[in-house]
Structures are given as structure tokens and as C-alpha cells.
Design a binder for this molecule. Structure first.
Ligand SMILES: Nc1nc2c(c(=O)[nH]1)N[C@H]1C(S)=C(S)[C@@H](COP(=O)(O)OP(=O)(O)OC[C@H]3O[C@@H](n4cnc5c(=O)[nH]c(N)nc54)[C@H](O)[C@@H]3O)O[C@H]1N2
Ligand SMILES: Nc1nc2c(c(=O)[nH]1)N[C@H]1C(S)=C(S)[C@@H](COP(=O)(O)OP(=O)(O)OC[C@H]3O[C@@H](n4cnc5c(=O)[nH]c(N)nc54)[C@H](O)[C@@H]3O)O[C@H]1N2
Ligand code: SF4
Ligand SMILES: [Mo]
Length: 649
């Protein structure tokens, strides 16, 4: 007998899709997108359409693993949790809770993933992460400028005359924005893409500008200069913007031609973009990738300022969207502790900081919903940091690069088994995830794991409650006043009633002055002294085929690196060669693409370290200008032939 069951995707993706699963004799046989979900519209992405391979993969962990005599060996849950509890209690007693580092990433964006925070806040508080590898710079930029970070309703794009996709690959990273963009186009909106990388999204746009990576600040200043010089700014901008004169002076520091030369685009690009912004309403969609560089925060601040001075804030069809406040409808206070964490580890600096910290040193690391060895920069340093701890516990469904270094691995649920509550960072709909099948024997949810551990460390009762009870606790405080209950959410997607259709419609901003805080300083960009030796910028970008390090089917052979033919140093298309940075190297297969710039080398993000495909083994741990994001796209690399084969001795 076939049965249809619905859930919501909990992956780290802006779309939070409604999933329709067909279940036959307790097994999921088909996955599709929910046609009744207003954003999902009946389709799923490549990676989740193929998730059944992952769900039923023989590599799935179904028993805890404990390191014994150097090897990870299967043990019972009692033995696993007793061991975890005994070690955590001992380390806390000897060195205090700051010696324990709890690291949680985005493996599940469900709100109930916060249960691990709740545990460690009560057990400690322990050391936690600060900054954000993903969006730290952009978040900080928008909070600095507007005092708040949210977006217009996704459907409001239909009101735009112009849509500027600034560093954004919607085909790969937010496929459910595509139907809305197509509708906007059908209604006459003009689309433009600004991205150093040529990708499929260019095919959707009437114009495509390809600045140098990080050249966006200069390009934005050129656009601002045109807006001011032509008198195209909003005459009332001074009413709701602080530092308007200083911003104008910043843009006037150079000519339009000089700014554009710096950005490596023709001067006509600035005029064209300014014309679009002045032909209101124009919406800017700011990609998440652009901020992952040393000037990332300044760039997003410059785009915020462009939207503000051109009069596109607070109007239907306008805005400068970076993020949708996915937690905004929920009350997460039950996960917080009474006292703040004793100290923090900067996420992009995970490896070096864990190795360096003293008084007390980090002795134990608890990793959940993340694969820091593969996904954080300087993979070898992250691995070294974990290898040298006394206790590393990893909660995951697979034996990742990180789990392989653990003393204890606890098997957990997948997105089809999740029992959770979701918001989205790409639209305003809320949803409930319910297991479409129960987890296999031997697998526990994060909630069950933390509850059972709590009972072993003197916190019995502290985390009690079924998943449903926790959902109610999180959802209803803010939603009930709007007449929305958990039961409503369980019936289907509900638009977050707290989210405005048009953000800042009254042009009041929750900054200290109530006005937009315009950027007034250019970022300090210094030419890397090693540019000559390492001529290419490495960009490890999202690929359709994986969710970070989670692949529908892990690829085989060397990772593919894409470069302009002129940047290949004479190495032919299809050849196998080395990609080298100052901190690491990997064997790659070369792909020539004449549509790319001559100063970038593109590889897929999420390659596994054990397969020699991990870009982060080549990337140094560095932070962005603000917000402590990861400057992930700022590492210089070169191509080199493979070592000539040596004669056998
Ligand atoms: N298929 C797939 N989808 C994903 C993910 C995945 O791994 N695979 N990851 C998810 C995650 S974790 C996130 S955070 C989101 C969004 O994560 P991303 O995939 O990072 O999001 P995009 O908004 O497409 O931003 C990437 C784009 O930014 C561009 N970019 C980089 N540097 C610059 C620059 O200096 N200037 C300009 N103008 N552009 C630049 C890149 O060329 C690229 O086209 O996607 C999610 N979606
Ligand atoms: N070079 C480079 N590095 C990057 C990026 C880049 O563009 N370039 N992108 C960065 C970005 S945007 C991000 S967000 C990070 C992502 O980095 P991570 O969040 O570490 O990404 P994943 O590899 O998806 O790891 C998530 C893990 O969680 C597990 N998991 C899934 N569901 C659950 C669950 O319910 N419970 C638990 N406990 N585990 C679960 C999965 O099996 C997987 O192993 O990577 C960053 N790293
Ligand atoms: S990963 Fe994103 S696009 Fe794919 S099904 Fe999940 S929410 Fe939808
Ligand atoms: Mo991310």
C-alpha cells in the first residue's frame, strides 16, 4: 500500500521546501516537491530529489561507535552515552566547563536542533562558537546599516521594474526563487547579474557584468557617483539616511572611470546599473557568497547604501535583500541558559584557536550537525585540533571527515526522519517537519540523545518533553497572538505573520538614530604580495550536486578545477594537474572555460578531505572585515604539472 506523507526540508538552504514522500511498506519510494506549498511549487532541487540514495545508503550509521585501541568499534547506546557522560563530567570537574567546546553547524536548520545548545548551556555553560562561516560579514553589514536584517516578501519581486542579482547563483543555491524571477520578467522586469563567475543565472538576465572578485565595492562607488552626478538620488534621502554627505564624498573620491577600472568593468556598467536603480522600483538581491572575502562586509554595506540613496528602500518592488529572518517567528529562549558562555571560538578560526587556547585548554569538542574538517578553512589544522583533544564526540548520520577523528560517533536522523519546526532564509513561510518514516533501529534524534545524556549528568528532567511539546513551546509564544497555533502549522505552510510584506515601509530603521547608517569608508584592500607566484583566486562554490559536504553520490577521481584557457599555464583541457596554494595542494582535473575571468580558479565546495578533493585544505583560516565570517574566496593558487613520474629504484 502506498501512502503520501508530507514534511519540510531541514537542509541549510534558503528554500525550506515542502516535501511529498511516497511511502510503501515502511520505505520511502519517491520524493517530490509539495505542489500546494506557495514557494516549493511542486519541485525539489537536484540534491534532495536524489536523497533516497543517501537515505538508504549502506554507509548510513546505525550504531554508536567508540574508539577502542585506535579503532572505532560498534557499541550499545548505553555504553556510548555512559562513556560520554563520564568523560564530560570528569573534564568539567578537573578544568571547568570552558574546557568543553560545543560546535553546532547547519546540518539541520530545524529549531529543535537548538536542544544541544540547551544541554550545554545547562551543563556548563561551555565554550561555544562566535562569528559565522556562512554569512557573518553580510549579517553584520545589514545590522550595522539598518539595525535589522530581513527581506521583503519573496512575491514582492513581482513589483520590481529592475532586479539586480548581485553575486547570486539562483539556479544552484536558491532554485525556488527562479519561478518568481521568471514571473517578474514576464511582467516586464529587467534582470542583471553582477558576478565574477559566469554561471547559468546569466542566461536569465538581460545583462551580465563580471567584475574582479571583490571589485564590487569600487563598482558600487562608481554607481553611487553616477547617481549623485546625474541627480538621480532620492531627494528625500537626507531625511532617512545618516552620513549622506560623507557617503557622497566617498563616491566622489575617484572618477567613474577610475572606480570602474578598479572593478575591472567598463564604465558603461556603472551608468547602466545607476539607470536601473533610478528607474524605481529596483530590488537588489545580495548573494551570500560575495561576503566571504576580506572586504565582504564593506561590499554589502555599499549595496545597502546604493539601495538607500536611490530611494529603493521601503517601497514595493525595492529593497536590498540578503536574508529572511528565519527564526523571527519563534521563541528560542528555552534553549538559552541563565549565564553567558565563558568564552568563544571564532568559527572560521576553529583550527588555530582550538589548538592555541589555554587556561583551560579545550579538552573536549562536541560536534553536531557539522563537518568542520571538510567545511572550515585550513582543514588540516582543524583535523589536527581534533586529533589532539582528549574527547571528540560527533553526532551525524555518516562517517564524515570529522567523524573519522572522533572518539565517539553517535548516529542520528536524516531530513526524512526529522521532527522539527522550520523557518526559511529565502522566504517567509514556516513549516513543520514530521518523520515520513521512523529512523532505523539504533538511530536516535538529537533531542533523544541530549535528553538521555541529561539524565546521566545530573540534569534529569531539564530537557523533558516530546518533540511536539518542544515545537509548541517554541512556536506559540510569538504566533498565538496572531491566532496561529502549532496545529495550524501542522496543516501546511503558514506565512510568518510577524514579517512585513515590504520591509521598512515607514522608512524608520531600528538603528540608534532611527535612520540608515550609510557607509563612509572604503575597505583597505592590499595587493597580496604573492600574486605573481599564485595568480588565481580560488573560489570553492556551491554545486547543484551537493549540500556542502553531503553528496547525493560522492564523485570519484580528482576534483574538477575550472579556469580560463589563458590561465591554464599551457596545461590542456582535461589534463590532471596540481592545484597549489601556500598551505596545501591537491590533484585536480582541469577544465577550460573561456567564459570565466583569467584570475579565478573554480572548484566545487564540499569535497572530502579523505578523497583529496577538499578545497579547504588549500585555504587559510582568515576572517572577514566585519562579523567574523570566513574569508573563504580570498586564497591565491596556481596550477602546476603533476610531478614527473620517477623511475623505479
Ligand atoms: N546546491 C547547493 N545549494 C546550496 C548549498 C550547496 O552547498 N549546494 N549551500 C547552501 C548554503 S550553506 C548557503 S549559505 C546558500 C547560499 O550560498 P551560496 O551558494 O554561497 O550563494 P550565492 O548567493 O549563490 O553566492 C554565490 C555566488 O557569489 C559569487 N561571488 C563570490 N565572490 C563574489 C564577489 O566578490 N563579487 C560578486 N559579485 N559575486 C561573488 C559567486 O561567484 C557565486 O556565484 O546556498 C545554499 N544552497
Ligand atoms: N571553501 C569553502 N568552504 C565553505 C563554503 C564555501 O563556499 N567554500 N561554504 C560555507 C558555508 S556557506 C557553510 S553554511 C558551511 C557548511 O558547513 P557544514 O554545516 O559543516 O556543512 P555540511 O557538510 O552540510 O555538514 C552538515 C553535517 O550535518 C549532518 N546532519 C544532517 N542532518 C543532521 C541532524 O539532524 N543532526 C545532526 N546532528 N547532524 C545532521 C550531515 O550528515 C553533515 O555531515 O561551509 C562553509 N564552508
Ligand atoms: S535543499 Fe533546498 S531546494 Fe532542495 S529540497 Fe531542500 S529546501 Fe528545497
Ligand atoms: Mo551557508
Amino acid at each position: 500500500m502506498q501512502e503520501i506523507r508530507k514534511t519540510v526540508c531541514n537542509r541549510d538552504c534558503p528554500d525550506a521546501c515542502g516535501i511529498v514522500a511516497t511511502v510503501e511498506d515502511g520505505r520511502v519510494v519517491r520524493l517530490g516537491g509539495d505542489p500546494s506549498h506557495p514557494v516549493t511549487r511542486g519541485f525539489l532541487c537536484y540534491r534532495t530529489s536524489r536523497f533516497l540514495e543517501t537515505q538508504y545508503s549502506p554507509a548510513r550509521l546505525t550504531t554508536p561507535l567508540l574508539r577502542k585501541g585506535g579503532e572505532l568499534a560498534p557499541v550499545s547506546w548505553d555504553e556510548a552515552l555512559d562513556a560520554a557522560a563520564a568523560q564530560l563530567l570528569r573534564i568539567r570537574a578537573e578544568s571547568g566547563p570552558a574546557a568543553i567546546f560545543h560546535y553546532r553547524s547547519g546540518g539541520s536548520l530545524g529549531m529543535l536542533a537548538g536542544i544541544t545548545d540547551a544541554f550545554f548551556a545547562r551543563f556548563g555553560p561551555v565554550t561555544v562558537k562566535r562569528g559565522d562561516i556562512c554569512s557573518g560579514a553580510g549579517d553584520a553589514a545589514q545590522l550595522t546599516d539598518f539595525g535589522e536584517e530581513d527581506s521583503h516578501d519573496l512575491a514582492d519581486l513581482r513589483n520590481a521594474r529592475h532586479i539586480l542579482l548581485w553575486g547570486k547563483n539562483v539556479f544552484t543555491s536558491s532554485p525556488h526563487t527562479l519561478p518568481v524571477l521568471r514571473e517578474a520578467k514576464a511582467r516586464g522586469a529587467e534582470l542583471v547579474l553582477i558576478d565574477p563567475v559566469h554561471h547559468r543565472t546569466a542566461s536569465l538576465c538581460g545583462a551580465f557584468y563580471q567584475p574582479r572578485p571583490g571589485g564590487d565595492f569600487a563598482l558600487a562607488m562608481a554607481v553611487a557617483r553616477v547617481l549623485f552626478d546625474e541627480g538621480w538620488t532620492d531627494p528625500s534621502a537626507a531625511d532617512y539616511c545618516d552620513h549622506l554627505d560623507a557617503f557622497r564624498a566617498l563616491a566622489a573620491r575617484r572618477s567613474v572611470a577610475a572606480w570602474c577600472e578598479d572593478a575591472d568593468v567598463p564604465a558603461s556598467a556603472a551608468v547602466d546599473l545607476a539607470r536601473r536603480l533610478a528607474d524605481r522600483p529596483a530590488a537588489i538581491l545580495v548573494g551570500w557568497g560575495m561576503g566571504r572575502r576580506t572586504s565582504g562586509g564593506a561590499i554589502v554595506r555599499a549595496l545597502d547604501a546604493l539601495s538607500a540613496v536611490s530611494g529603493n528602500l521601503g517601497v514595493p518592488g525595492g529593497g536590498v535583500s540578503f536574508y529572511f529572518k528565519r527564526r523571527g517567528a519563534f521563541d528560542l529562549s528555552p534553549f538559552q541558559g541563565e549565564r553567558p558562555a565563558p568564552r568563544t571560538v571564532c568559527e572560521p578560526l576553529f583550527g588555530p584557536e582550538v589548538l592555541r587556547m589555554s587556561d583551560p585548554p579545550i579538552r573536549a569538542v562536541w560536534v553536531t550537525a557539522g563537518n568542520p574538517v571538510a567545511m572550515l578553512p585550513e582543514s588540516e589544522t582543524v583535523a589536527e585540533a581534533l586529533r589532539t583533544r582528549e574527547l571528540v564526540v560527533v553526532v551525524d548520520a555518516f562517517l564524515t571527515d570529522t567523524a573519522r577523528l572522533a572518539h565517539l560517533v553517535l548516529p542520528t536522523t536524516t531530513l526524512l526522519e526529522a521532527d522539527d519546526l522550520l523557518g526559511a532564509y529565502g522566504h517567509h513561510y514556516l513549516g513543520v517537519a514530521r518523520p515520513v518514516v521512523p529512523p532505523p533501529d539504533g538511530v536516535k534524534s538529537d533531542l533523544e540523545i541530549m535528553q538521555e545524556l541529561a539524565g546521566r549528568v545530573g540534569l534529569a528532567g531539564a530537557l523533558d518533553g516530546s518533540a511536539r511539546a518542544w515545537k509548541r513551546r517554541i512556536a506559540e509564544p510569538r504566533l498565538a497572538p496572531f491566532g496561529v497555533t502549532l496545529d495550524d502549522l501542522e496543516r501546511g505552510p503558514v506565512r510568518n505573520p510577524l514579517a512585513a510584506e515590504v520591509l521598512f515601509a515607514d522608512r524608520k530603521f531600528p538603528t540608534p538614530s532611527g535612520r540608515v547608517n550609510l557607509v563612509t569608508e572604503a575597505p583597505e584592500e592590499r595587493e597580496d604580495p604573492a600574486t605573481g607566484e599564485f595568480p588565481l583566486l580560488l573560489m570553492a562554490l556551491s554545486t547543484e550536486k551537493s549540500q556542502s559536504s553531503q553528496w547525493a553520490r560522492p564523485p570519484e577521481g580528482p576534483a574538477v578545477v575550472t579556469v580560463h584557457p589563458d590561465a591554464a599555464g599551457g596545461l590542456p583541457d582535461g589534463s590532471v594537474c596540481r592545484l597549489e596554494s601556500r598551505v596545501g595542494a591537491m590533484v585536480v582535473r582541469l577544465r577550460h572555460d573561456p567564459a570565466q575571468r583569467r584570475d579565478v580558479a573554480l572548484v566545487p565546495k564540499g569535497g572530502h578531505l579523505r578523497d583529496g578533493r577538499c578545497a579547504n585544505a588549500l585555504i587559510r583560516a582568515r576572517t572577514t572585515d566585519i562579523g567574523e565570517g570566513g574569508a573563504l574566496y580570498e586564497e591565491r593558487v596556481r596550477l602546476a604539472p603533476l610531478d614527473p613520474p620517477r623511475a623505479a629504484p
